[in-house]
Ligand binder design. Structure first.
Ligand SMILES: NC(=O)c1ccc[n+]([C@@H]2O[C@H](COP(=O)([O-])OP(=O)(O)OC[C@H]3O[C@@H](n4cnc5c(N)ncnc54)[C@H](O)[C@@H]3O)[C@@H](O)[C@H]2O)c1
Ligand SMILES: O=C(O)[C@H](O)COP(=O)(O)O
Length: 304
């Protein structure tokens, strides 16, 4: 089997060097490389010579790379889609539970008041949770929700069955899930199709007992409509790891809404992310050497 010549950069982490070597590759200078593992954002992408046949991006969500127009058609691009499932799914489950069980509110309290959460808490048991974008991350949430006694309605681009979901709907029915589900978790990529997927009408359909969780991208939600829905009690609450704008500025109404929980794009911290990326790099270097299909292939026509 050939030994793939892989450059890592512009930053590096010893775990990624080990990952390339474990996959059967050799870490080389950019000029000698046939593959590149990017460490950094799209602005850090070095000039790519024609010998680079494959580029591994570090993020699952690659809309900023797509929008910057740096993904050319002359080589293979892979994202980290699916690589961070365990980490981000756990964060999403934690966010929904923190909302439904009143933990967000309790964490803000500065004195003991055991009546403050009266009427605020509910349970996931017996509820219907819609996962909009049931890919790597979304699917990893399903066993946790089933274990808590909920049922799962999945939405994917094509609507092919998702294991554990009682039904899977295709993206063209996504507007219907807000009336069907008790709670909605967003885990779909940021594309032109998902932009402002959640607006005033969807929030009204979700209703006053429903929680919205977003671990995908802020662009999936109309922030103005969400702020109004939280203020008016149109929905029970929102738990957001991602926001529009991001970073969410100091003083933004989402910071002070008692029924909002905001984490700063932190469900995938580097302590968890880098080892997971390293696993993906090992597997893709092995596949590259073997001439097998790579994981996380970017489809430029789909935008992710
Ligand atoms: N908060 C974070 O730190 C964090 C970390 C990783 C990923 N993300 C975000 O989560 C997204 C999902 O990551 P993943 O690894 O699960 O990706 P994935 O590609 O495995 O899953 C995406 C899913 O979305 C579905 N989908 C595509 N278009 C859709 C549409 N229009 N409507 C409904 N569903 C649609 C796909 O069919 C697929 O099931 C990423 O695109 C990224 O933006 C966030
Ligand atoms: O999509 C991801 O992998 C994470 O959300 C991190 O994305 P970022 O690298 O664009 O911040």
């Amino acid at each position: 089997m050939p030994t793939p010549a892989v450059h890592i950069g512009p930053g590096n982490d010893p775990l990624l060097t080990e990952a390339v070597e474990r996959g059967g590759g050799e870490v080389v200078a950019l000029a000698d490389a046939e593959a590149l593992v990017v460490v950094g954002g799209h602005g850090d992408l070095p000039e790519l010579h024609d010998g680079i046949r494959w580029v591994q991006l570090p993020s699952a969500g690659i809309e900023s790379w797509v929008e910057a127009g740096v993904l050319d058609a002359g080589r293979t691009w892979t994202s980290a889609t699916g690589a961070y499932s365990s980490s981000v799914a756990e964060g999403a489950v934690a966010l929904l539970l923190a909302g439904v069980r009143g933990i967000g509110r309790a964490a803000r309290a500065t004195s003991w008041d055991n009546e403050a959460l009266d009427g605020v808490q509910s349970t996931l048991r017996g509820s219907t949770i819609a996962i909009v974008g049931a890919g790597g991350i979304g699917r990893a949430m399903v066993p946790a929700f089933l274990g808590l006694g909920a049922r799962v309605l999945a939405v994917t681009r094509r609507g092919l069955p998702v294991e554990g979901a009682y039904e899977t709907w295709a993206a063209d029915r996504v507007g219907e899930v807000f009336a069907e589900a008790d709670h909605v978790v967003l885990a779909a990529p940021a594309t032109s199709e998902t932009k402002a997927l959640v607006g005033a009408a969807e929030l009204a359909a979700l209703g006053p007992r429903g929680w919205l969780v977003n671990i995908a991208r802020g662009s999936l939600v109309d922030t103005g409509a969400l702020v109004e829905a939280l203020r008016d009690g149109t929905i029970a609450g929102a738990a957001l790891d991602v926001t529009d704008p991001e970073p969410l500025p100091d003083g933004h109404p989402l910071w002070s809404a008692p029924n909002a929980i905001v984490t700063p794009h932190s469900t995938n911290p580097s302590t968890l992310r880098v080892p997971l990326l390293a696993e993906r790099v090992t597997e893709n270097v092995r596949r590259f050497a073997a001439g097998e299909e790579l994981l996380g292939l970017v489809d430029l026509s789909r935008g992710y």
